[in-house]
Design a protein around this ligand. Structure first.
Ligand SMILES: Cc1cc2nc3c(=O)[nH]c(=O)nc-3n(C[C@H](O)[C@H](O)[C@H](O)COP(=O)(O)O)c2cc1C
Length: 197
């Protein structure tokens, strides 16, 4: 069975909830799954000024931080980031920008890759954040696997690029977004299994 790394950054927990569901979907296929977070790089002062950010950091302290060894281990990489001014959070970019050595050795080419996100508005960057991840995956030589409309849940969830959640006033991803996320995890793991299993 393939190795699947679900690697996310989340400040206030929305992307984390999607990541958990994606990891569960991948596990349902029998894949080996690691749920990992990008290391926090924001100053302590910025985190403690935002209660939700501080609470989430405490609640997920036990989630391991993603390393280059995890990225090398994975047959499938599923990356998630909140939309930050339409793009990927810098915490995720710091991890991505450490992969030059793996890339130079050809160790990223051929991996299956997929992306997911959350933003506070429907047109505020869901697609642009996921396609920013796709740019990186293309440079790595990955085989990009979006969920598309390959399951009926996608017609309801509405974003073929990847699992996503429009955050509204403290609400967390609901059953629709989580079902779509589980589907994405399943689909990516199944395709990785065909290529790498
Ligand atoms: C610095 C910053 C920039 C953001 N930029 C956008 C944006 O461009 N578009 C948008 O819709 N939401 C934006 N948001 C909102 C977050 O993407 C949204 O709250 C998301 O659900 C957070 O995910 P998390 O709970 O996993 O951290 C931004 C939030 C922050 C803190």
């Amino acid at each position: 069975m393939p190795n699947v790394a679900v690697i996310y950054y989340s400040a206030t927990g929305n992307v984390y909830k999607l990541a958990e569901a994606i990891a569960a979907g991948a596990r349902d296929t029998g894949a080996q799954v690691r749920l990992l977070k990008a290391a926090e790089t924001a100053p302590y002062d910025a985190i403690v000024r935002n209660q939700r950010w501080a609470d989430h950091a405490t609640a997920t302290a036990a989630i391991p931080e993603a390393t280059l060894a995890d990225i090398e281990w994975a047959d499938a990489l599923i990356f998630g980031s909140p939309s930050r001014f339409g793009s990927v959070a810098s915490q995720m970019k710091v991890l991505i920008d450490q992969t030059g050595g793996l890339w130079a050795q050809g160790k990223l080419a051929g991996k299956v890759a997929s992306g997911f996100t959350s933003a506070s508005t429907a047109h505020g960057g869901l697609e642009t954040t996921i396609t920013t991840l796709f740019n990186t995956f293309a440079c790595w030589g990955c085989i990009i696997v979006p969920p598309g409309y390959a399951d009926p849940i996608q017609m309801q969830q509405g974003n073929p690029f990847g699992a996503s959640f429009v955050a509204k006033r403290g609400a967390t991803p609901g059953e629709l977004e989580l079902t779509s996320a589980r589907f994405q995890g399943r689909r990516v793991a199944e395709i990785a299994g065909k290529l790498h299993g």
